[in-house]
Write a protein that binds this ligand. Structure first.
Ligand code: MN
Length: 130
């Protein structure tokens, strides 16, 4: 089954989302900050990346920008997870290069549907799903 990298500094969110991913058969790779996430993405070449927006070192959107500017990781779908559901968040996500967007608290089926969407189709053009 596909390997998914989750970049998240909050242990409770990490545990919750990990459980959801494992329940659907995914292998979960974990990073607790932006630098670790970027290194893991390059090294492990996951099928998809979930990234928290509020990270202790680099902003999650900056993580996505760097992923998309690196030829080694640019084609990996990156989905932003954020508690900041303020107006304009989606636009900022798109501008940073996010392929998708999920608001916290993450709804299990919504997340799994978006992941399946990206893992089963060719997405040459980035698009925000939600
Ligand atoms: Mn966070």
């Amino acid at each position: 089954m596909a390997r998914i990298l989750y970049i998240e500094d909050n242990p409770l969110n990490m545990r919750l989302v990990r459980k959801m991913l494992l329940s659907d058969g995914y292998t979960v790779l974990e990073a607790v900050d932006g630098a670790g996430g970027l290194a893991a993405a390059e090294r492990e070449q996951p099928a998809l990346i979930l990234v928290d927006i509020n990270l202790p070192d680099v902003d999650g959107l900056e993580v996505v920008r760097r992923l998309k500017n690196n030829p080694v990781t640019a084609s990996i779908p990156a989905i932003a997870l954020t508690a900041n559901v303020m107006h304009g968040d989606k636009t900022r996500c798109l501008e940073a290069g996010c392929d998708g967007y999920l608001a916290k608290p993450v709804a299990r089926l919504e997340m799994l549907n978006i992941i399946r969407y990206f893992l089963t189709r060719d997405h040459s053009t980035p698009a925000v799903v939600r």
